[in-house]
Design a protein around this ligand. Sequence first.
Ligand code: GDP
Ligand code: MG
Length: 278
Amino acid sequence: MSTPEIVLLGGSYSGKTHYAGQLYGRLLRNPGLLELRDTPADLSALEEVLHCLENGHAAGHTSVGTWTDVLLPLKDKRGHTLDLRWPDYGGEQLQTVFTERQVTENWRAQLRQAEGWLLLIRLRKETTYPDALAELAKRLDDGNGTTARAGAWDANARWVELLQMLLHVAGVGTVSRREQPRLAVLLSCYDEVTADDLLPEQVLAKHLPLVAAFIDSLWTPDARSIWGLSALGRLLEPTSDDENFIIQGPEHQGWVVTPDGQKDSDLSRPLAWLLEAE
Ligand SMILES: Nc1nc2c(ncn2[C@@H]2O[C@H](COP(=O)(O)OP(=O)(O)O)[C@@H](O)[C@H]2O)c(=O)[nH]1
Ligand SMILES: [Mg+2]
């Protein structure tokens, strides 16, 4: 049996915990490409999240270090078994990597081992300064330069910098194209995004053009894919009591948009792609 490792990368409030809870509900009651094996495992952390959703409300915030690794015993349609380690954590850890330029030994080991990286980006939470980018491309006639936005990083620059650091730590040269981990970018809380008829990769390119260009240039097309993810289908608060969740059940809420633009209720699809089980 293989234990494929994935690294889950996403900031605070990007939807990591609710995706895990929804995935668990699907695996139990409405499975798609990946199914749960009948094997004892400690899934209490996921059960707690699912329990909140069954009652129509969101779970609380996962603080730094409160989540213990969950090992999901899965099988795919080919009968292959795989244990998927779901490394949820408080997203503050990723921020710390960025601000302190340091990676813990645990993270380093995970980044080096992982076959796949799952990157959650919640576009609505990403701040960009498109005017400043446009100004950069122009000649400066007034001599004053662009207006200073002291201390604030554009999300484009932050993600590119962060990805570069993570690749470096993982031992992947930015020059050679060898041995990149497979990368699935999940544009999370996709229900908040006005996508029109654009594909997820076009939506990423529209909102975060430099991130899209960086990913395009570093990952070969077959090693990356960009998805829309709405694990809940809508915003839930810890105080909500959403009838759809209570009556129909959380396993019938939420969807993904595949890289070729199909809406699909199988929340396991990006993982199946990452694990090459599709
Ligand atoms: N609109 C919308 N909100 C979501 C979705 N998934 C999670 N959220 C909300 O986003 C917030 C953060 O989610 P959470 O899973 O705790 O993020 P984490 O900090 O990355 O673990 C919560 O208030 C959720 O209710 C979604 O699919 N759509
Ligand atoms: Mg969380």
